[in-house]
Design a protein around this ligand. Structure first.
Ligand code: SAH
Ligand code: SF4
Length: 348
């Protein structure tokens, strides 16, 4: 796949221009043309030296994902985009509104190798990692070009298709690009990365002092329970190791972690489960996000009723652990957590 300007930071573009024999000062207008204005026609930029626009177009062309389908939820806001990438692979990206804030849910892989039993992305298998340009391209495509409002409070959650810490370098490069104030200009804390529990990746976030927010998917407070729900991830990174990595992260960065818990009726939603979670998190700086199970074809469980979810929260509160039940959004268009999928076939 050819390289794209969408995958380059402003500094990397300046280096590239210098390597081509141009002044670094031309990097900003070229970069902003794509990353701020969402354009790909480099010859429309005034004042560039002869040949530069053509060189950019030849060597690092801006290729936007194309929107194969857009679906809108009856909730009045949630929109799901099926995007086609340059090689024909497809991924889904979701725009939604929670508490008046607009959040973009971004995919980091086509498919996912982690095979969590209740997740549609896991059920479809792994196709490939997304490039930095494809991650950035999703955000800019759904946020700017489709008439979507570009609101004041924007958030990005890396909670779409894929496991972001399995594609670490491309994801971090994208986060840096999206935080550049000359472009999309998102505060790093408004980018939340959700991981199935890749312990070495969590340690690396701490070592590199990454300013983005972290969410860790737990779903069970025991190793056996995690083996049943998230088999490959639990085998690779046992619960003890994961909890150690989380403590290290919070200590080094002085940050709390969001722990995600998909509430499945009768499976992990009883007071005893909440008790076990309260004990497990007693040595963590934690906020718990409870997500009533969303339906997927490959899993038969049912979501927890609101009353049971509240009882679960009450138990957590006795441990001093704050929690939120995620509002259900976009279930009618299969855009909820764990519902994103796309065919593994190439269309071209
Ligand atoms: N791979 C990352 C991020 C993408 S999944 C991760 O697993 O954390 C985003 C969240 O949706 C995770 O917490 C995941 O466990 C949850 N999820 C997956 N399938 C779900 C389902 N059917 N219903 C509710 N939440 C689900
Ligand atoms: Fe992958 Fe996350 Fe789905 Fe698990 S829940 S299969 S890690 S996308």
């Amino acid at each position: 796949m050819s390289e794209s300007l969408l995958g380059l930071s402003r500094a990397a573009l300046a280096d590239r221009l210098e390597a081509w024999g141009y002044k670094a000062v031309h990097a900003k207008p070229v970069w902003q043309h794509a990353h701020r204005d969402g354009r790909s026609d480099m010859d429309a930029i005034p004042g560039l030296p002869a040949g530069l626009a053509a060189r950019v177009q030849a060597d690092i062309p801006v290729v936007w994902p194309t929107i194969a389908r857009e679906t809108r939820s009856s909730d009045g806001f949630t929109r799901k985009f099926l995007l086609t990438l340059a090689d024909g692979r497809q991924v889904e990206t979701v725009l939604m509104r929670y508490d008046g804030r607009v959040t973009t849910c971004v995919s980091t892989q086509a498919g996912c190798a982690m095979g969590c039993v209740f997740c549609a992305t896991g059920q479809m298998g792994f196709a490939r990692h997304l490039t930095t340009a494809e991650i950035v391209g999703q955000v800019l495509t759904v946020s700017k070009f489709r008439g979507a409002e570009v609101p004041k409070f924007r958030n990005i959650v890396l909670m779409g298709m894929g496991e972001p810490l399995h594609n670490y370098d491309a994801v971090m490069a994208a986060a840096e690009i999206l935080a550049d104030t000359a472009g999309f200009g998102l505060s790093p804390r408004r980018i939340t990365l959700s991981t199935v529990g890749v312990a070495p990746g969590i340690r690396r976030l701490a070592a590199e002092r990454r300013a983005i927010s972290l969410a860790v998917s737990l779903h069970s407070a025991t190793q056996e329970g995690r083996l049943a729900l998230l088999p490959p991830a639990a085998r690779a990174w046992p619960l003890d190791e994961l909890m150690d990595a989380c403590r290290e992260y919070s200590a080094v960065l002085d940050r709390h972690i969001f722990f995600e818990w998909t509430l499945i009726a009768g499976e992990n939603d009883q007071p005893a489960d909440a008790d076990a979670l309260g004990r497990l998190l007693s040595t963590q700086r934690a906020h718990v996000n409870l997500i009533p199970l969303n339906p997927t074809d490959g899993y038969t469980g049912a979501p927890t009723a609101p009353k049971t979810a509240r009882a679960f929260q009450d138990v957590l509160a006795t441990y001093g652990i704050p929690s939120t039940v995620r509002q259900r959004r976009g279930i009618d268009i299969a855009s909820g957590c764990g519902q994103l999928a796309a065919p593994l076939v190439t269309t071209r």
